[in-house]
Design a protein around this ligand. Structure first.
Ligand code: B16
Ligand code: MG
Length: 208
């Protein structure tokens, strides 16, 4: 292994709850149904695609103008939470594995769908631990398209089969498999299909 590519939300930081709260507030204001099970479908999915899923599930049709306003409002609400976060949102084992990877000569990259990734890395004070950062602002195709991971390996100059992706979403695992990379699924259950191994959190990962 020469490079580890980490997803952000659900792998390094616990921000999924803020995405949920922001979508819920938006959905309630529009009289759209939105619950925890629908929220599961948004894991690892881009902001635009997330809104499309909510709208489709509700059988509604909105104009492009309305959609772009809703996306703006959702992000403002999400940022109102994110602006208050600190290192307490880091998930178990996250910072320690980032540091151990570097100590072992393994490159560390971020591969996230979030356009707010850099702000979150600064807030949690782990920004400087990355050799490269690819986020939602750098790609035109959202996961399960492998673009985010392929760009990461290109910037590092590392072959795909020498990269390992840490992901909590099925869209992300599928993207990494399509890119020909190794996969570590992160989650409480074995719901992630196709991952090489599945662990509860990064604290369970033994770099040796
Ligand atoms: P933003 P990841 C993803 O982050 C989240 O899992 C997903 O729920 C969210 O919609 C997406 O980022 C976009 O986030 O609205 O901040 O651009 O898991 O790929 O790190
Ligand atoms: Mg994620």
């Amino acid at each position: 292994m020469k490079a580890f590519i980490f997803d952000l939300d659900g792998v390094l930081v616990d921000t999924a709850k803020y995405h949920y709260l922001a979508w819920k507030e938006v959905a309630d204001s529009l009289n759209l149904n939105f619950n925890e099970s629908m929220n599961e479908k948004l894991k690892g999915v881009s902001r635009d695609k997330s809104l499309k899923i909510i709208i489709e599930e509700n059988g509604r049709d909105l104009s492009e103008f309305d959609l772009s306003n809703i996306l703006k409002i959702k992000n403002e609400i999400y940022l109102s939470y994110i602006n208050k976060i600190d290192r307490n949102e880091l998930l178990p084992g996250a910072e320690s594995l980032l540091k151990k990877s570097k100590e072992n000569g393994i490159f560390v990259c971020l591969g996230s769908a979030s356009k707010n990734a850099k702000l979150i890395l600064h807030k949690t004070k782990i920004y400087n631990l990355f050799d490269c950062i690819i986020d939602g602002n750098d790609v035109s195709n959202a996961k399960p398209n492998p673009e985010v991971f392929i760009k990461s390996s290109q910037i590092l100059g590392i072959e795909h089969n020498l990269c390992t992706v840490f992901e909590d979403s099925q869209a992300g695992i599928d993207a990494a498999i399509t890119a020909g990379m190794n996969t570590v699924g992160i989650g409480e259950n074995n719901a992630l299909k196709g991952a090489n191994i599945i662990i509860k959190n990064l604290a369970e990962f033994n770099i040796n």
